[in-house]
Design a protein around this ligand. Structure first.
Ligand code: ADP
Ligand code: MG
Length: 698
């Protein structure tokens, strides 16, 4: 396909330039170049009069004559100035760099189109480093009216490869390709949706002559991106469902029944039952299961995972659970151990810190099949870990694996084990469909009964004394407290200082030996972190002061107060995750959001949302609206979707539409073998080569 042709085949482009584009922008092919979209456009349809210049104006365009060209200042601080005048007044143009070149080329008394951003300096308006072009009525008619602005880099700037250079190069290439860029959609689809041709869209997105053209080009290219993404994900899902062979867990046996009848510590919620049924029907088929369970913190995913393990064990298979951190693995282990021993199952723990001599018996028991369940961290992936018959892998939290790791996991049995992923980050349905499109998704959308909703309040800095008194009362009632500080790279020094100041302040207020405080942050050695966490878990300390390292899944049911310092600096889903650390026991729990008085509108919305609702899905919707998907917690990897023009949060409707259309197309023609679908198939094939692990999670 023409879009995959290398730029090198265009002899007119110098090799140096090709190398630069590859290095700086990852542009190698015609398609890469055409998909290097402008990030904004400057309206060049309007000309201003000099006297109209005011504070609010961004970049503007003027027409006038230039005179009084002067070199000013001394050697190293030289600048070139010129006067631009039209019938309404005059303004100064200034250059600090490239003076010689301008001096040689600028002409007195000729009409120029001048483009730039006016700024006020010592009461006078001037434009620094304006773009200049000799005015010609002919040319003005031909020039693109909306001038594209491309993302640049330092190296591009140094090579003088600016937006204009991009425009010129792209139009060169497009002209060469005229009439040859393959259309990827059948006419019928294009007509139905009133979409312009792909080639036209590429041309217009880089040189629209009016906003309507731009809009049409955008729509077509967004559609292109989202539709083919959905087609690909759906196809992957179809392949997963039909052709990746797996073990069939044909029966429900003694372990499951015994546990269900005699040892289940509580009645399952309706949502838990529903999800268990979905899993049951998945694993009964001889096809690998790839299922994601989404459920808010505390919704009870663990028991569902455990009962799925019982299904495996009842059929003669083993199961394992992988957690992202050592402490989480330990917590899972101690929780599951009670459940497992109730029905007489053998369970083990394997993490990086398990000593070599303690590993041997684990390895041996796994191989002989004596050990039914293994809980652990990444250590499970090691080659020495060999199962007798691994049938189910449960993965906790957003634990993403690369292709190599996946292969190692799969290689642990003759067929790939069933995979169950548990995620505590609720994400809106449309986003889930896109990010995890190749997985089947189950949602636990109901909390166990009798939970007291966490009470959330927003408190301003000047009321801190009230918060301190509240902490004291709660500690006296036997509760434990989290105090969390933000920590971001850009302000690391300052953030650590705040954390330490806060800690010292708290130790003054809550002196030892009556009170004990823990502190955990990223600069501590791992062993110290573990040690402090354990002290808190065992209730040897009253307050845990920490950065967000505690965010992921720690379970301390006795902790009932979460104080979040500088709460305005956290994202919504992060706030929600942090809040989820409390409310795990029988006591009323509280979340206190501390902020200063000055808040941005967005920050205020986030805090209000937190105070208003405990519903993770609602929070995720607001978050998606405020921030866009790139920043959503747990979806950082959405980068591997490689969207260049569509925006999952803003183009939600289009996304759903594309999804539905893709479903329809694949229903009638799963392999895209019909003639009418030939262009789609061709496009999809070329994309497959480019993104080999699109959307894979497990
Ligand atoms: P998460 O989904 O966050 O992993 P867990 O599985 O850790 O949640 O469950 C949170 C708490 O709720 C645990 O203490 C668990 O025993 C309890 N729990 C789970 N399901 C139920 C239920 N149906 N009824 C009552 N308590 C439950
Ligand atoms: Mg959990």
């Amino acid at each position: 396909m023409l879009l995959s042709v290398s730029l090198q085949s265009f002899q007119a482009i110098p090799p140096k330039r090709i190398a630069l584009l590859k290095k700086e922008c990852g542009i190698e092919t015609v398609g890469d170049l055409l998909q290097y979209y402008p990030f904004r456009y400057v309206d060049r349809t309007k000309f201003y009069q000099i006297r109209e210049i005011s504070e609010e104006l961004p970049y503007i365009q003027l027409i006038g004559k230039i005179d009084q060209i002067r070199l000013q200042g001394v050697k190293h601080k030289q600048r070139l100035t010129a006067r631009l005048s039209d019938t309404s007044g005059s303004i100064e143009l200034v250059w600090f760099q490239g003076i010689k070149y301008i001096q040689q080329n600028i002409q007195n008394g000729i009409e120029y189109v001048v483009f730039g951003k006016p700024t006020l300096f010592q009461q006078n308006w001037n434009i620094a480093h304006p773009e200049l072009e000799i005015y010609s009525a002919e040319k003005a008619k031909l020039a693109p009216r909306l001038q594209p602005v491309y993302p640049g880099t330092e190296a591009l700037k140094r090579a003088r490869f600016d937006s204009k250079a991009f425009s010129v190069l792209i139009s060169q290439v497009i002209n060469k390709c005229r009439g040859k860029i393959e259309e990827s959609l059948p006419d019928s689809v294009r007509q139905m949706l009133n979409l312009i041709a792909l080639e036209d869209a590429f041309r217009l997105i880089h040189a629209p002559s009016n906003p309507e053209e731009l809009q049409k080009a955008e729509l077509r290219l967004k559609f292109e991106e989202l539709f083919f993404l959905q087609l690909r994900l759906l196809q992957l899902n179809q392949i997963n469902r039909t052709s990746i062979k797996g073990f069939s867990f044909g029966k429900i046996g003694n372990y499951f029944n015994d546990f269900y009848k005699n040892h289940l510590p509580f009645e399952l919620t309706g949502a838990q039952k529903k999800v268990l049924k979905q899993i049951r029907s998945d694993v009964a088929r001889p096809i690998q299961m790839n299922r994601l369970i989404q459920g808010d913190v505390g919704s009870g995913k663990t028991i569902v995972a455990f009962m799925s393990m019982l299904m495996a064990i009842d059929n003669g298979y083993q199961a394992c659970l992988m957690a992202p951190t050592e402490i989480l693995a330990q917590q899972h282990y101690s929780g599951l151990k009670d459940l497992a021993s109730a029905v007489g199952l053998n369970i083990g723990l394997l993490t990086g810190s398990v000593k070599k001599k303690d590993r041997r018996p684990i390895h041996a028991q796994l191989q002989s099949g004596e050990m039914h369940i293994l809980v652990g961290t990444h250590a499970l992936l090691e080659d020495e870990v060999q199962f007798d018959n691994l049938g189910l892998v449960v993965i906790d939290e957003q634990h993403r694996f690369g292709v190599a790791q996946r292969a190692r996991l799969w290689a642990k049995n003759t067929l790939p084990p069933h995979v169950l992923i548990m995620s505590a980050t609720p994400i809106p349905r449309t986003l889930a469909m896109t990010l995890y499109g190749d997985l089947d998704i189950s949602v636990i959308d109901e909390l166990p009964p009798g939970r007291k909703p966490i009470q959330t309040t927003h408190v301003y800095e000047q009321d801190r004394h009230r918060v301190l008194a509240f902490i004291r009362d709660q500690i006296n009632l036997g509760r434990q407290i989290y105090v969390v500080y933000p920590l971001i790279e850009e302000s690391e020094q300052m953030d650590y200082k705040n954390l330490m100041d806060g800690f010292n302040h708290l130790t003054d207020y809550f002196p030892s030996p009556k009170y004990q405080l823990s502190i955990v942050h990223g600069k501590l050695p791992a062993a110290d972190k573990e040690f402090e966490m354990h002290r808190f878990v065992k209730h040897q300390t009253n307050i845990m002061v920490a950065t967000t390292v505690i965010e992921v899944g720690v379970n301390v049911p006795n902790a009932s107060v979460m104080i979040i310092e500088s709460a305005e600096r956290f994202g919504l889903s992060q706030l929600h995750q942090l809040r989820g650390r409390v409310g795990r026991g029988a006591d009323q729990s509280y979340c206190i959001l501390m902020t200063g008085f000055k808040l941005s509108k967005e920050a205020r919305t986030r805090l209000e949302t937190m105070v208003e609702t405990n519903d993770g899905f609602k929070i995720a919707e607001v978050d998606l609206m405020l921030r866009g998907p790139g920043d959503l917690q747990g979806t950082q990897q959405s980068g591997n979707l490689d969207l260049k023009i569509a925006d999952i949060s803003k183009d939600n409707k289009l996304l759903i539409y594309c999804r539905e259309l893709a479903v329809k197309v694949l229903e009638t023609d799963p392999e895209l073998i019909l003639d009418i679908h030939a262009p789609m198939r061709k496009k999809l094939d070329s994309l497959k080569q480019k993104y080999q692990n699109w959307g894979r999670i497990s």
